[in-house]
Design a protein around this ligand. Structure first.
Ligand code: NAP
Length: 257
């Protein structure tokens, strides 16, 4: 399945680690040329080395998704490196915690600026190349936090992730005439370097809250992104897929026991 992806060109933002790295490795294994993007070039280059060692094709690129010029240069870099731009995985995101009363306006702007405005900037930068081909796939990494659930400390993060879905629905309508689809993956709690920083107690608590009793893997998310990017998903747009091991399902603690 998904053999349609061989030879396609994909930008994956925030792919130096975590979910983005998993998406980059999965798309490379499917035969795509991958632009590995993060702010730190050396870390992006390490992922490229992994892809190339496995026989894939990739190039590293440093860009900050909050900087419009950086996102324009990022799209140009994919075109220059691979001669085409088929897929954008807008995945870069941050999740610093701050409870209401302590959260500053600057905290709020930083999270919305990266997660939501960064999504808008990356999508905007890739449109010309996709419209010219009258084909394209855009896959956003949202979250269950915000669109479906809440978690103390993440009011700004939840707003940014719910905002991505609001953005997606209108983008999907506007871009449908150009053969461009826009969909979103909504991860539950996924084992990443970022999540490891939350501490062992947090991770144990989250595992206990998941009916499958484990956190997700980056491959679980990458496989869903791969589907949205494939020809097989040509008639799917403006949709979101929750990948969370059933985490949002229990009505109460008793439902988990
Ligand atoms: P992570 O391990 O912390 O990785 C974040 C990636 O984004 C890194 O490559 C980082 O590289 C990059 N990044 C951050 N700010 C950036 C910026 N301004 N410009 C360009 N790149 C930037 O995070 P993750 O857990 O994989 O999360 C990835 C996405 O999944 C996020 O959108 C997050 O909200 C979402 N998500 C994660 C989980 C989870 O359980 N992990 C659950 C739901 C949703 P640099 O620092 O070098 O720029």
């Amino acid at each position: 399945m998904f053999q349609s992806l061989a030879g396609r060109s994909v930008i994956v933002t925030g792919s130096s680690k975590g979910i983005g790295r998993g998406i980059a490795l999965r798309f490379a294994a499917a035969g795509c040329s991958v632009l590995v993007v993060s702010r730190k070039l050396a870390e992006a280059e390490a992922v490229v080395a992994e892809i190339v060692a496995a026989g894939g094709r990739a190039q590293a690129h440093a860009a900050d998704v909050t900087v419009p010029e950086d996102t324009v240069a990022m799209a140009a870099a994919a075109l220059a490196a691979f001669g085409r731009l088929d897929i954008l995985c807008a995945n870069a995101g941050i999740f610093p915690a701050a409870k209401l009363g302590e959260m500053t306006a600057a905290d709020f702007d930083r999270v919305l600026g990266t997660n939501l405005k960064g999504t808008f900037l990356c999508v905007s930068a890739c449109l010309a190349a996709m419209k010219a081909r009258r084909a394209g796939r855009i896959v956003l990494t949202s979250s269950i936090t915000g669109p479906v659930t809440g978690f103390p400390g993440w009011a700004h993060y939840g707003a940014s992730k719910a905002g991505q879905l609001g953005f997606m629905r209108t983008a999907a309508i506007e871009l449908a005439p150009f053969g461009i689809t826009v969909n979103a993956v909504l991860p539950g709690n996924i084992r990443t370097e970022g999540l490891a920083g939350m501490g062992a107690d947090y991770i144990r608590g989250m595992e206990a809250a998941v009916p499958m009793r484990r956190l997700g893997s980056v491959a679980d998310i990458a496989n869903a992104a791969l589907y949205f990017a494939s020809d097989e998903a040509a008639y799917v747009t403006g949709q979101s897929l929750i990948i969370d091991g059933g985490q949002i399902l229990p009505e109460s603690q008793a439902a988990l026991e």
